[in-house]
Design a binder for this molecule. Sequence first.
Ligand code: NZQ
Ligand code: ZN
Length: 388
Amino acid sequence: MNNFTFQNQTKIIFGQNTLEQTGLESKKYSDHVLLVYGGGSIKKYGVYDKVTTSLKEENIEFTELEGIRPNPLLKKVREGIDICRNNDIDFILAVGGGSVIDSAKAIAAGVPYEGDVWDFFSGQAEIKEALPVGTVLTIPAAGSESSPAAVINKQDEDLKWDIGSDLLRPKFSILNPEVTFTLPPYQTACGAADIMAHIMERYFTQTKNVEITDHLCEGTMKTIIKNVPLVLEEPENYAARAEIMWAGTIAHNDLLGTGREEDWASHSIEHEISALYEDIAHGAGLAVIFPAWMKYVYRENVKRFARFASRVWGVETDFENLEWTALQGIQAVEEFFNSIGLSTSLKELGVDTADLEEMAEKCTTRGTVGNFKELDKNDVLEIYKLAT
Ligand code: NZQ
Ligand code: ZN
């Protein structure tokens, strides 16, 4: 096990009747908040009413920034920064999923910074301070509700880059699984693929003696595999929605990566897809890329892949032929994604094979990606080809 420091400041408020605490929690930081949300689902399904009622009860003024779209845009972040500066707003409340929360985090970093917020993404500046952020999560997926990261699309250059700082971890996140009853099956499935991916990025490591986190990863993956089919069958199954929602946070609050080197190649490879094809959801891209990555790298540590097959998917280990066992595990991942309604082919997603070369080039402009096996441009291109 490697040395590590683990600190996660986000207060999680989980369960039924918790949206009502939004005002009380926000009040600890400000009397005037920027309320950030997406394309309208929160208004349609009553979340907006509950949140704003709670803010009003605490006499908190709120200014709104609506219309954050999936694969969120830099121009909305800049708009949010201007609103905060012009109105002396010093707290951001994000109500939505990863796209909304990431926009809120980028705004939080941008307000106190004199230059342009994209400087943080391009590596030209380091985040030294940020406004506090709170969240009301509506979709278990990105894990942004307690992660230090934010991912933003710069549309004019087809870039999708991320920033990370402990200063960006939300102060609090309110998670009521009932809010997720209204998720369309496709969004539920994309979220599940992202959660699985966050765990697998950590699970596939070359670090030895990481038993505790191996077990935690395996248990969290099995929870997703069991409960996602249940909610697709019965969207208002509270028990199953609750398991998925908490798993989504645990998958990406950094606990599962403690003491081990993490990989993150598949995320880098996917981000080039949702940078160029803004209608493709991050989770949908991951469902295609992860199995292809696995097929490309499993020989780097067949034993780990065989363990994954056996412990997570219940494949009987063939000790005479560990490679066969490993491949059964990869097949199980593909079958699972397909069974919940996700494609595992780039062509089916609508990606033009003529774009693969450029995507591989952009993916590796800042160096190789991944740690399980370090991948250069040619490796990434091979993975895209395996995924077509
Ligand atoms: O915009 P609205 O109308 O709210 O609809 C949203 C959106 O269309 C809908 N939705 C959300 N909650 C709902 C709902 N519909 C009905 N009922 C509800 N309760 O779902 C759609 C997707 O929302 P989005 O926020 O885009 O989803 P997600 O949470 O998957 O976020 C994806 C973004 O997060 C980034 C991704 O790259 C992507 O841009 N990530 C952020 C990370 C982080 N900050 O740590 C890590 C991840 O790996 C990921 O890269
Ligand atoms: Zn992700």
